[in-house]
Design a protein around this ligand. Structure first.
Ligand code: KG4
Ligand code: ZN
Length: 319
């Protein structure tokens, strides 16, 4: 089953061609990061216009990389939600047009399921499975008892993890997107600043208090004329974030007796999180899977993999 997938939910215009949900034949990502960096974050109107400008180019580049024609694919898949409305519409219109003109079935995919299935590109799933979803817009613990069955155990009560990284980076004045920059600074610094580990109970998360604590500390020290070691502050923030994520994940691992833990979303690229969670999970003899860096942030290969499993799941349910 060969799927051509399209992803335009935020600031990446991406397309991929994937066979049987695993074999990536082509994966093309045009990122708008350099444009949005000028504004310190994604500007929705600019994002939509950039998708419009680039989408046919990305389609041509993807087909060229795969050495294929649209007629060679079996399905067209596209990210349907969640995301920036104008950006999503560009991808959806493109997918609908291709499906109509080339007479291919169209599969509408949830972006978060795409991030989860980025792991399927790397490894098979064993159930029950726990997915820690950490992106710019989402922070969730999701229990899966089978393919395409998602039970949200808990989620953030306020900011998403990636969002808090981006906000801290903006205040500290180190650029956009904040995640990769703070992650790199954290690897140089030491966690010398005392910061809270907010816990709203159950399997829920809260990051806005932690983010505000970092911002207040930074402002107070700067106003007093004290020098802040930005690398140490980054390391302290990252340690607090990882403590919160790892504690909740490990609690769910033991309660639900899961056989595999996977990490999904842009923050899965975080080196500190990959290492700490990997160590904790494997210590319990549980399988740990994390996407390679190129499949952590937004891409269309993950959408194709989710679409493949969605089609299989729908076919099984219809039987
Ligand atoms: O999944 P994604 O590409 O887009 C959404 O669906 O939101 O995630 C983007 C988020 C941004 O907030 C970015 O700062 C964060 O992922 N991110 C990271 C790292 N790389 C990207 N956060 C922490 N550490 C990283 N290495
Ligand atoms: Zn995403």
């Amino acid at each position: 089953m060969i799927i051509l997938a399209i992803e335009t939910s935020c600031d990446e215009t991406a397309m991929a061609i994937v066979e049987d949900g695993k074999k990536v034949i082509a994966n093309y990502v045009y990122t708008q990061i350099s444009i949005h960096t000028l504004y310190g974050g994604v500007v929705p109107e600019i994002a939509s216009r950039e998708h419009i400008k680039k989408i046919t180019y990305v389609l041509d580049a993807t087909l060229k990389e795969a050495k294929m024609k649209i007629d060679d694919v079996d399905y067209i898949a596209v990210t349907a939600k969640p995301g920036l409305l104008g950006s999503l519409m560009v991808g959806i219109n493109c997918a609908k047009t291709l499906a109509l003109v080339y007479n291919k079935p169209l599969i509408m995919v949830d972006h978060i399921y795409g991030h989860i299935y980025a792991n399927y590109l790397e490894d098979d799933f064993i159930f029950p499975l726990l997915a820690l979803v950490v992106s710019g817009g989402h922070t969730e613990l999701v229990l899966m008892k089978d393919h395409y069955e998602f039970e949200i155990l808990g989620e953030t009560m306020d900011d998403a993890v990636g969002e808090s990284y981006d906000k801290v980076a903006r205040v500290v004045g180190v650029g956009y997107p904040g995640g990769p920059i703070i992650d790199k600074m954290a690897s140089i610094g030491k966690p010398t600043y005392k910061l809270p580990r907010p816990d709203p109970g159950d399997y829920n998360f809260s990051f806005s208090g932690l983010k505000s604590a970092v911002i207040n500390l930074y402002h107070n020290e700067t106003m007093k004329g004290n020098e802040i070691n930005k690398e140490d502050l980054a390391a302290s923030f990252q340690e607090a974030v990882i403590d919160c994520l790892v504690n909740k994940t490990m609690k769910a691992v033991s309660e639900y007796k899961v056989k595999q833990v996977i990490v999904a979303g842009g923050v899965a690229a975080n080196k500190g999180l990959r290492q700490r969670l990997g160590e904790e999970v494997t210590k319990q003899n549980i399988k740990f899977t994390i996407p390679s860096f190129k499949y952590c942030t937004d891409n269309a290969a993950m959408i194709a993999s989710a679409a493949y499993n969605q089609i299989k799941h729908e076919n099984n349910s219809a039987k």
